[in-house]
Write a protein that binds this ligand. Structure first.
Ligand code: FAD
Ligand code: MG
Length: 340
């Protein structure tokens, strides 16, 4: 069995050095949150500033107080614990907005994107196997187990109305597909409210947010990993100002058994790792939630339907197929440079 736990390989930040005395200082910080590696490059007039630390604190709070399904301190944990309550559970305004966005994406993706897949995600526990936490003896769930878990899923069965969520008993929310996107939106708000910061590029595993500009005027360069060899890239996005880039790939978290790769992105129809001929999808959007949700949805839908969904949502998309073909939306071409 081969295991793989890629926390940050799917994105590379390619930055030129800032130099010259009048320029803002560059602060680089690497840390972990939400099960992934966070790399920050900030250009700031306040070289002693606490910005990088404050961003990590923001991410820590988002995970522990709001989004984690694993921690009993979070709102998602409480909502899951409240599944089956006839009176439902009160949700915070920010959680209501997140869940409404998830339901919207569920509709638009015709059910491919579904944050109620928690029971199936837990049954596979690809995160645990990929991280080596479950030992060496991986075997895929049995059909009967999958069928039982799938019976407890389905975003159409949850109800969200006026700040109250009703989840049928046994259901489990898992916001792994949008957590980094929500985090990127929060980070952008933080950056916009900090007058010292003139530019930033922050990578959260497979997701990148850019802000402002570099002191030397060069653009932000975000590499797109080659799924067949994650030490290399298929190309680079050349970006100016505020952007969100999210990638979903079958190489991010997976286990291999008998030559079959079992990855972490689930097709809600089968309850098994999605098999749409796609190895990696990258979304470029003006909003973090959208870029993250769409990258997951487009991975499951595949090229044709995924392209239509991205267009419907006003985002750009690039697919790398399992046989190495690259296809992208028209708008993406303006930002993409093929690797030499
Ligand atoms: P994406 O494509 O963005 O998302 C894939 C993830 O979405 C899957 O892992 C699953 O969780 C979910 N999913 C699968 N299929 C679907 C579907 N059809 N529709 C909707 N969602 C789907 N990892 C750890 O190993 N340990 C941790 O403690 C940990 N804590 C986390 C806390 C938070 C708040 C978040 C946001 C993530 C955490 N993670 C942790 C990582 C998490 O479990 C996922 O692996 C990760 O978010 C996947 O992100 P991605 O960008 O690679 O893939
Ligand atoms: Mg996603």
């Amino acid at each position: 069995m081969k295991k793989f736990f890629a926390v940050s390989v799917c994105m590379f930040m390619l930055l030129c050095c800032a130099c010259g005395p009048a320029r803002p200082a560059q602060i680089t910080n690497t840390d972990t949150a939400m099960g992934t590696v966070i790399v920050q490059k900030l250009y700031t007039a306040d070289s002693q500033g606490r910005a990088a630390q404050e961003i990590m604190e923001l991410l820590g709070k988002l995970e522990t107080q709001e989004l984690s399904r694993r921690l009993d301190t979070s709102e998602v944990w409480n909502l899951n614990a409240g599944a089956g309550r006839p009176e439902g559970c009160t949700v915070s305004p920010s959680m209501e907005e997140i869940l409404a966005g998830c339901l919207d994406m569920w509709h638009k993706s015709q059910g491919a994107f579904d944050v109620t897949l928690g029971p199936v995600v837990e049954l596979w526990d690809i995160d645990g196997w990929a991280a080596g936490e479950n030992g060496e003896d991986f075997s895929p769930p049995e059909d009967r187990q999958l069928a039982e878990a799938l019976e407890r899923c389905g975003a159409g069965r949850m109800e969200l109305r006026e700040g109250v969520l009703w989840l049928p008993e046994g259901m489990l929310l898992d916001l792994g597909a949008v957590g980094k996107g929500v985090a990127m939106d929060r980070i952008l708000s933080y950056l916009q409210g900090n007058n010292n910061i003139t530019g930033a590029i922050i990578s959260l595993g497979g997701s990148v947010v850019t802000y402002g500009s570099k002191p030397d005027g060069d653009c932000w360069k975000v590499g797109i990993a080659n799924p067949a060899d994650t030490a290399s890239i298929v190309g680079t996005l050349m970006l100016e100002g505020e952007w969100f880039v999210s990638t979903s790939g079958d190489y991010e978290r997976y286990v291999e058994l008998d030559g079959v790769r079992y990855h972490h992105i689930i097709d809600p129809v089968t309850g098994r790792p999605a098999d749409s001929g796609i190895a990696g999808v990258t979304i470029l959007a003006g909003n973090g939630f959208l870029s993250d949700a769409l990258s997951t949805a487009c991975f499951i839908l595949g090229e044709e339907k995924g392209m239509a969904l991205a267009e419907l949502c006003g985002a750009e998309v690039l697919f790398v197929s399992t046989d190495g073909r690259i296809t992208m939306s028209r708008g993406m071409e303006a930002y993409f440079e093929t690797a030499e």
